[in-house]
Design a binder for this molecule. Structure first.
Ligand code: 8ID
Ligand code: ZN
Ligand code: ZN
Length: 349
């Protein structure tokens, strides 16, 4: 039987602090599963939510987290996708209406009534979390729940982003923020998809990580005198990268990318720095036929595919496991850009 109370990291107001305390265990509605979370990744989005960085309100008080991997322990009477004991992942897209034009055409992230884990509904920084069964992701039993947790947001998002970039096997993608959580997974998905990578980030630790994950070149934005020239020089024939994934939490690279993408190439904005703008020179965007677009998580099938790449052993990105209690410290390191790869929280049993 389930306990009445559970441990959670709770933000009681925007800006924090986080309070580690006991709160009630929620009960699943008819179309929902209750997942006993074993591990949850920490995404930079969770920090944006706590800081109130975006023009969209969170619920308050808020339990953050949206890379939760665990075991289904209860379900509503309409749920047929999961049995008790199945392994399941809870993602950013906690639920959607399944009836609007976007949902019907598999663009569920665009649903006007989407529920967002760790933002508009409580997320995975707690022992027991709720998700709509239609949007929870099946995780095969042989897949380790700690290592797969970051796939549920970072992995899905960059896998979708690479598809949206339209970069083909043998072509080159520039990954901006390659040393971070999304970046480390983007390197692995790109490699698994046969795509060559120019990695852009700062510092020696991230350089070593990017190179070990298969980057052919690393450009250090903290040292480079001319990032645009360096990316071009590292690209095939010096023509620029076929695609760019913008994963950084800073505005400047969003202004630079159209200059080093190859003519006909795509710049895909994924990172969400506060109050930032995309700006590009009209003349060169037109005469070089540049495609500038956004990409927002992925649909249910993207999530299944991203987990399947992982289950087939193609995705090995570094992560460190720490207890749920440590979350405030992880946010501090994240704020300072000190995390190479991903942190995963172990949720107490
Ligand atoms: O669906 C989406 N669009 C989606 C999904 C998930 C996450 C968007 N995101 C957003 C997050 O909200 C966040 O804004 O993607 C961004 C990156 O998330 P993350 O990977 O979880 O953050 P991180 O681990 O802190 O990595 C960011 C990296 O960017 C580097 C940092 O050094 C760090 O490694 N970086 C920065 I800050 N400035 C840079 C620059 N000028 C830079 N790298 C290159 N050039
Ligand atoms: Zn995320
Ligand atoms: Zn919808």
């Amino acid at each position: 039987s389930l306990p009445e109370l559970q441990w959670a990291q709770v933000a009681e107001k925007t800006g924090g602090p986080l309070v580690y305390k006991q709160i009630p265990v929620p009960k699943p509605g008819p179309d929902e599963v209750l997942v006993k979370i074993r591990y949850s990744g920490v995404c930079h989005t969770d920090l944006h939510a706590l800081k109130g960085d975006w023009p969209l309100d969170t619920k308050m008080p808020l339990v953050g987290g949206h890379e939760g991997a665990g075991v289904v322990v209860a379900k509503g009477n309409l749920v047929h996708e999961f049995e008790i004991g199945d392994h399941a992942g809870l993602k950013w897209l906690n639920g959607s209406c399944l009836a609007c034009e976007f949902c019907k055409s598999s663009d569920e992230s665009l649903c006007p009534d989407a529920l967002l884990s760790g933002y508009t509904v409580d997320g995975t920084f707690q022992q027991y979390a709720i998700g709509k069964a239609a949007h929870a992701t099946k995780i095969p039993k042989n897949v380790p729940l700690d290592a797969v947790a970051p796939v549920l947001c970072a992995g899905v998002t960059v896998y979708k982003g690479l598809k949206e970039a339209g970069v083909k096997p043998g072509q080159t993608v520039a990954i901006v923020g390659a040393g971070g959580g999304l970046g480390s997974l983007a390197l692995q998905y790109a490699k698994a998809m046969g795509i060559r990578v120019i990695a852009i980030d700062g510092g020696e630790e991230k350089k070593a990580m990017c190179e070990s994950l298969g980057a052919e070149a690393y450009i250090d934005f903290t040292k480079s005198k001319d990032v645009v020239a360096d990316v071009k020089a590292a690209s095939p024939q010096g023509l620029g990268a076929h695609g760019v994934l913008l994963l950084a939490v800073a505005e400047k690279p969003f202004q630079q990318a159209t200059e080093y993408v190859r003519p006909r190439g795509s710049v895909v904005a994924i990172g969400l720095p506060a109050n930032a703008f995309l700006k590009a020179p009209v003349f060169s965007t037109v005469v070089r036929m540049i495609n500038i677009k956004g990409s927002y998580v992925g649909n249910r099938l993207d999530a299944e595919e991203a987990v399947d790449f992982f289950a087939r052993g193609l995705i090995k990105a570094p992560y460190k496991v720490v207890p749920l209690k440590e979350l405030p410290h992880i946010f501090e390191m994240m704020e300072q850009g000190k995390i190479a790869g991903r942190y995963v929280l172990e949720i107490p049993e």
